[in-house]
Design a protein around this ligand. Structure first.
Ligand code: GLC
Length: 668
């Protein structure tokens, strides 16, 4: 059951797709009022959700903020990352969900100030509050999705493996990556193009010298089963002869300051304008711009810097220089020194800048900070709405950095600028359930780590986990150690086996993803979602259920040759070195130490379940749909069934019954 309560005068978010009648109070479970809600946590209560945040699967013991943040330092002290996901479930003495439909900042204190108190404080008392109850946490999540709409489904090839790097500067660089993969028999479906392909980092342009024939390159790559996936940034380069800039200015489509002049902030392209994505006509205009690249054979995109990231504004810079001028020549004492540093460091993504420009919502000006969290969502929506118009009935790959609930209908998200740290592999495992709960099924982190230099063992362990995440992409920052998989000679056979395992598992991964998307389920989730009565399962922070049949327990510690695993019920362990080479054993319920060498993957099959496995190929398009499937299974009574989903992988005609097929194993 979902109850809706309305407070103040809400700025529309377009997040809810099935409007419910507003209820009169009192609000169940929570005490307080629209300014701040409180809930007294019982000792055993677990709090799940809040999407893309730091720390544990259980969010208790920290304070968080819903505030889309361009912050490349994902350390434990952070309150917010790129997404703003206002949904959580309290599971314990009482089990219920809370969803805030609101585009401004929200502060969550989940047992931080007082270990047994949860508080929710939105910046303004103008929003809709939904209280969800159901038979379980999973049921509550399903109800939320019915309220906010079906999750985005990418084309099937997007479930292949992708290689990315900020720094592929020429066509030759892209060809070298394709060659590195193909010559080493490493499956690959996508090469991502970062800002380097653009002319001066301007959206919808291609550098004519470094990429003289993008259409030709895209066609050549496609012949090898590889799609090119370019980045699109939120900031539109300020440049008189740039068509996007010129048109946006002519039509008045950019966010404006109080004096009516367009707001200017600097990002990768230098000074830039910011399209007012909250206006439908601006979304349509920007969304149709993707056609410039589509027409050159591009079938997928990633949207970046759309919190929006603002390195500095003219106004901010002027103030900083003023401060520096005041301090110039002075013998700086401690406080002067810090204020000088703060004047410069505080330029980026500043609250003052976010409070200095306006959107237009239903003809009325709305200051940006009041709806900050809707910005990235509406950029992705611009793309999604345009793709539906430009290619009706067809899917386009789209994922974004910033998001809030609602964006899950138009694209996936990647988890932003992590580092090549073991702790970030663990963080990746812990972040996935939260974002899945908020509808972002197509998700994954930069495998191997984005910032800092990676190590071969970290790439291997992270790839082993990445096999199971819907978005499987290796991405690295400019200037970091090369981390394309073919760079690691010694680990190459193991890395090849891991990629082949991913491709062999695609009949399962795709079926389970589609079940989650079509039936409002969670493709990846905490153990306790399926074993709510199991007190030990509620504590598990480093194992996940993947679809209906599989549990994963990745190794995320350097030099570890195994790990402890908790089994809520007996399971069959496959210790996989490759699709063909594995040992299997039945483990009883309970705690186990499970060895796992660097070149192995632990895959646990739940009792009564089946995992359909195909033959790997170099790309998703090259998979042999007619080849017989192997069924990995753990069927204590000898029989079982699996519901397999298959379709053409590119149209949106999901709901046809012929996509479903029951595979049966019987005791005979
Ligand atoms: C941002 C993105 C990152 C990208 C970089 C350059 O930091 O998060 O993925 O590589 O910008 O475009």
């Amino acid at each position: 059951m979902i109850q809706r309560f309305s407070f103040g005068s809400m700025i529309p978010t377009d997040t809810v797709v099935r409007p419910l009648p507003v209820q009169a109070g009192p609000v169940p479970f929570l005490q307080g009022d629209a300014a701040c809600w409180r809930y007294a946590l019982a000792p055993g209560d677990v709090v799940y959700g809040l999407g893309e945040t730091t720390r544990g699967i259980n969010k208790r013991g920290w304070h968080y903020a819903s505030h889309c943040s361009d912050d490349p330092s994902h350390t434990e002290d952070k309150q917010s990352l790129y997404g703003a996901h206002n949904f959580f479930v309290v599971s314990g003495e009482k089990t219920f969900g809370v969803f805030l439909d609101y585009g401004g900042r929200v502060e969550y204190d989940i047992g931080y100030t007082d270990t047994d108190l949860l508080t929710v404080a939105p910046a303004e008392p103008d929003y809709d509050l939904y209280i969800l109850t159901g038979s379980s946490a999973a049921d509550i999540c399903a109800q939320l999705r019915a309220l906010v709409g079906r999750s985005y489904i990418p084309p099937k090839w997007a479930f292949g493996f992708g290689q990315s790097r900020w720094g592929y500067k020429t066509e030759a660089d892209v060809r070298a990556v394709a060659k590195g993969y193909r010559e080493n028999d490493l499956p690959l479906d996508m090469i991502y193009m970062d800002i380097d392909y653009m002319d001066g980092f301007a959206d919808f342009t291609v550098d004519a010298e470094r990429f003289p024939d993008l259409a030709g390159l895209a066609a050549e790559m496609k012949q090898q089963g590889i799609r090119l996936v370019p980045i699109i940034d939120a900031g539109i380069k300020q440049k008189a002869d740039d068509p996007t800039c010129r048109e946006g200015l002519e039509k008045g489509y950019f966010c404006k300051k109080a004096d009516g002049e367009p707001f200017v902030g600097a990002v990768w392209p230098g000074k830039a304008y910011f399209a007012d994505f909250l206006r439908p006509e601006v979304r349509r205009w920007f969304g149709h711009k993707y056609k410039v690249l589509r027409d050159q054979g591009i079938e997928g995109f990633w949207n970046d810097m759309n919190e929006p990231a603002i390195f500095y504004s003219e106004e901010g810079l002027a103030q900083a220089f003023e401060k520096l001028d005041q301090l110039k020549g002075k013998n700086l004492d401690l406080y002067d020194y810090f204020s000088m540093k703060d004047a410069v460091l505080g330029l980026s993504n500043s609250a003052a800048d976010y409070a200095s420009f306006y959107h237009e919502v239903n003809g009325q000006p709305v200051r940006h900070d009041r709806i900050h969290n809707l910005y990235g969502y509406n950029m992705t929506r611009a793309a999604g709405e345009a793709f539906d118009e430009l290619r009706p009935g067809k899917r386009t790959l789209m994922f974004s950095r910033a998001s809030c609930i609602g964006a899950h209908r138009y694209g996936g998200i990647w988890l932003g600028d992590n580092c090549a740290w073991w702790s970030h592999l663990l963080q990746n495992i812990r972040q996935i359930p939260g974002v899945q709960m908020c509808g972002f099924l197509f998700t994954g982190a930069d495998l191997g780590g984005f910032g800092c230099d990676t190590t071969p063992d970290l790439v291997l362990r992270w790839t082993e986990f990445g096999i199971f995440t819907p978005l499987m992409r290796n991405h690295a920052a400019l200037g970091t150690r090369d981390q394309e998989l073919y760079r690691f000679d010694k680990q190459l056979p193991a890395l090849r086996n891991m990629l082949e395992l991913r491709y062999a598992l695609l009949p399962y991964i795709y079926s389970e993803y589609m079940k989650a998307a079509l039936h409002d389920g969670l493709y990846m989730r905490p153990l306790a979602f399926d074993y709510p009565a199991d007190a030990a399962a509620r504590q598990v922070e480093d194992q996940l259920l993947v679809g209906e049949s599989i549990m994963v327990a990745p190794v995320y510690t350097q030099n570890a040759t195994g790990r402890y695993v908790y089994l809520p019920e007996p399971m069959k362990l496959l210790r996989l070195r490759s699709v063909e080479d594995y040992d299997e054993e039945i483990l009883p319920a309970g705690h186990h130490y499970v060895p796992c060498a660097l070149d192995e993957v632990l895959l646990f099959i739940r009792p009564g379940h089946i995992v359909p496995v195909g033959k790997p190929a170099q790309s998703v398009d090259a998979l042999d749909a007619a080849a017989p499937l192997t069924l990995w299974s753990y069927l204590p009574d000898g029989s079982g069934e699996y519901l397999l989903y298959t379709d053409d992988g590119e149209t949106t005609d999901y709901d046809r019954p012929e996509h479903w097929q029951t595979l049966r194993v019987d005791a005979q």
